[in-house]
Design a protein around this ligand. Structure first.
Ligand code: Q0N
Length: 298
């Protein structure tokens, strides 16, 4: 079982480190206009096969931050978001945002329009995902009859999130909040799926996080609709019945599994560093995803 080791978050002037995930670092702003608010930094780290790799992808944090900001704007008519400012310390400019400090709901809010990953595993075992019965005969990559809300709870570092039923969410956050989380998650998925489809991209699924502000309003937080939180598939290559190529990490996964890497996934050893050419191709792939989705040039 891989136990990801996350590199120490860099010290930032005027901010105190709070928490690091595989890819993002969270700080509290110490003083000034934004004192008490949070600084969320997207690093250039990349994970594959549950390991945070030793190699970084230069520019990845900035691509994902800009993509997320682009989506927040396009979702603003549906749900308020936590972004306050992109005026951040020089060291992290372009890949960090100052955000409102919310009381986070301890639920990973996932919407799925297509069946794959943990949803597929659960379906194969039980015919259901998160207590939602699905028709027989679905395959890896099948489009679902309608998008479904499949919440999960965050497991400890190095563990996978656990899919839970809607009733479990009700028990955790109450009926009213659970209803709002489901409604907002499906609304965000619906709007984003439609925007992506116009660009020839299938949004198979996405994971959102929400918090509550002091007024009791449910606010969209974290980073949204990036390749780290969502599965994007090129629509013209979609073919149910096989695993769909991941837009972003396929180059990394393919190299790690190739003879050239010398890595044996079952050995329990961490993966080796990526060759420069693999780093560069992966970087271009992230930029390509940004340009394709947003229609903007990098
Ligand atoms: C926060 N995480 C990621 C929820 C927490 N705007 C915010 N205000 C307060 N806290 C957070 C944010 C944001 N974004 C986000 N940690 C703290 C971890 N998730 C995991 C799932 O549960």
């Amino acid at each position: 079982m891989p136990t990801p080791d996350i590199p120490a978050a860099p010290a930032l002037p005027g901010a105190s480190h709070l928490h690091s995930g595989k890819v993002r670092d969270l700080y509290s702003v110490d003083e000034g206009q934004h004192a008490g608010q949070l600084l969320m930094v997207a690093s250039d780290r990349i994970s594959a096969f549950d390991y945070v790799l030793d190699s970084t992808i230069p520019g990845k944090g900035e691509v994902l931050t800009r993509m997320s900001l682009w989506w927040f704007e396009r979702l603003a008519d549906l749900v308020p978001n936590h972004v306050v400012s992109t005026d951040v310390p020089e060291q992290v400019r372009g890949r960090a945002v100052i955000c409102r400090r919310l009381e986070m709901f301890p639920v990973e809010c996932v919407a799925r329009g297509y069946l794959t990953g943990s949803g597929l595993l659960d379906y194969r075992a039980t015919g259901e995902v998160c207590g939602i019965a699905l028709p027989d005969g679905l395959e890896d990559g099948s489009r679902l009859p309608e998008p479904i809300f499949t919440p999960a709870t965050k497991a400890a570092l190095g563990d996978h999130d656990e899919n839970v039923s809607y009733d479990a969410v009700v028990t955790t956050v109450g009926e009213e909040a659970a209803g709002r989380l489901r409604e907002l998650t499906l609304a965000v998925y619906g709007q984003a799926e439609s925007i992506a489809r116009e660009r020839g991209i299938i949004l198979a699924d996405t994971k959102l996080e929400f918090g509550r502000d002091a007024e009791g309003t449910t606010v969209l937080a974290d980073e949204v609709l990036t390749p780290d939180s969502s599965r994007f598939w090129p629509a013209d290559e979609w073919q149910p019945g096989r695993s769909q190529p991941a837009y972003d990490k396929q180059i990394v996964r393919d190299w790690l599994l190739s003879a050239e890497s010398g890595w044996d996934r079952s050995s329990g050893e961490p993966p080796p560093p990526l060759p420069p050419a693999v780093v560069e191709r992966t970087r271009s792939r992230y930029v390509e995803a940004y340009e394709l989705l947003t229609g903007l040039r990098w």
